[in-house]
Every structure is written in C-alpha cells, then in structure tokens.
Design a protein around this ligand. Structure first.
Ligand SMILES: Nc1ncnc2c1ncn2[C@@H]1O[C@H](COP(=O)(O)OP(=O)(O)OP(=O)(O)O)[C@@H](O)[C@H]1O
Ligand SMILES: [Mg+2]
Length: 196
C-alpha cells in the first residue's frame, strides 16, 4: 500500500503488513527517530558509498559520550583498523547507534559497553555488548518485533526492528545472546559489503 494512502486510512483498519510498510515509509522520510539519534536524516542513501567503519563507529561513540558520562558508563572499543564498507553510511550508523543506545539504557551506573569489529570467514562482524544483565528470557524472541518496547514511557520501540530491517536489506543477519554480564548483539554483514 502506498504510504500516502495508508496515512489516510483509520489506523485500526490497517493489516499488520501495512503497519510495517507504513512505519518503514515514515522512517525513510525521517518522521520517526528510532534509538534516539537520527542517522536517517542523512539523505544520502547511496549504497555504493565507501567509508571506514572504525571512523563511523567512533563518531557514534562520541555522540553518545555525554549520555554515557552521565551514567558513568565506560565504553571500550576494539575496532579493526582496516574495515572499509560499501553501503549507505547513514544505514550503518543507524544500526550501530540503535544498539549502543540500548546498551546505555540497559547499563546501571558504572556499567561497561564493548563495541568490537572484525572480519571472520569473509563476513564483517560488529558486536555491541554490555554489563546490563541481559535481555529477560521471557521477551528474548520479541525484541526485534515492530513496536516492542519495555520503555513505553519514552518510546514506541522501533529501534531493533529498524536495525534488523536495515541489516537484512544488505543480506546480513542480526542476533542477540545473553552472556555472563549482559546482552551481546551481533551484526553480520556479508563479505560483499567489504570495500577493500
Ligand atoms: N542491551 C539490551 N539489554 C537488555 N534489554 C535490551 C537491550 N537492547 C534491547 N533490549 C530490550 O529490547 C527492547 C526493544 O528494543 P528497541 O531498541 O527496539 O526499543 P527501545 O529501546 O525500547 O526503544 P527505541 O525504539 O526508541 O530504541 C527494549 O525495550 C528492551 O526491553
Ligand atoms: Mg532502542
């Protein structure tokens, strides 16, 4: 359904698929801000853009540094030096931004966030993990669903749905695992994205 048509219909009459298409369209038009920082404002969606993933991640960490400092959350990056990507930079930054934003929410004071990047068997791997105690098992299978959130007071929860949607657009995968101290989110992008 075209977005304009969807917007003119009563919300209750929309089928779930139309909901997803509508929200996706709104996000493309920058009307919604998942995960707090709007890299969707970057109009340049050129999927043949080449940029350094380390620089892009460090830029996002810098943006979140004051929010991390407020909670005394420590950010530790272990980023591969030479990992240039060919994809829309705004897409990549939105993915990493959403994951980092969630880890800050999850951490209590003096928590720690780890952001790692590396290549493995021709894939580009990005992990964002925290010491926030993990995702409760009861919601683990729902967190990537559109509008799922446990922060109803401040959000409608598009963050992880958008994250997965972007990653799948590039034929990648997203996964979450609970580790000893907290959750680890892993994004795997295919080697075809690697620009070196
Ligand atoms: N690192 C994490 N540790 C524990 N729970 C998490 C973590 N990341 C996400 N979650 C859970 O998954 C839910 C969905 O995350 P998602 O990013 O989609 O929405 P949100 O953070 O609540 O809001 P927004 O869409 O504004 O980012 C969160 O509400 C939270 O319950
Ligand atoms: Mg979020």
């Amino acid at each position: 359904m075209p977005q304009a048509e969807a917007l003119n219909r009563p919300i209750a009459s929309l089928a779930p698929d139309s909901w997803a298409a509508l929200v996706s369209g709104l996000l493309q038009d920058e009307a919604v801000s998942p995960g707090g920082v709007e890299f969707y404002r970057d109009k340049n969606r050129d999927a043949s853009q080449v940029f350094d993933s380390r620089d892009a991640i460090e830029h996002i960490v810098q943006i979140y540094s004051s929010r991390m400092a407020t909670k005394s959350v420590n950010g530790l990056c272990c980023l591969e030096d030479n990992l240039p990507l060919r994809m829309a930079k705004g897409d990549f930054q939105q993915v990493i931004s959403n994951l980092i934003s969630n880890t800050i929410d999850a951490c209590s004071r003096n928590g720690t966030i780890h952001i790692d990047s590396y290549t493995y068997e021709h894939s580009c791997i990005f992990t964002v993990s925290d010491s926030g105690g993990g995702v409760p098992v009861s919601i683990l299978d729902r967190i990537f669903t559109l509008f799922f959130t446990t922060n109803q007071d401040v959000s409608t929860g598009p963050g992880l749905w958008v994250t997965r949607d972007i990653v799948e657009k590039y034929h990648g995968t997203t996964a979450v695992e609970n580790r000893t101290e907290g959750a680890e989110f892993k994004v795997v992008l295919p080697g075809a994205i690697l620009a070196s």
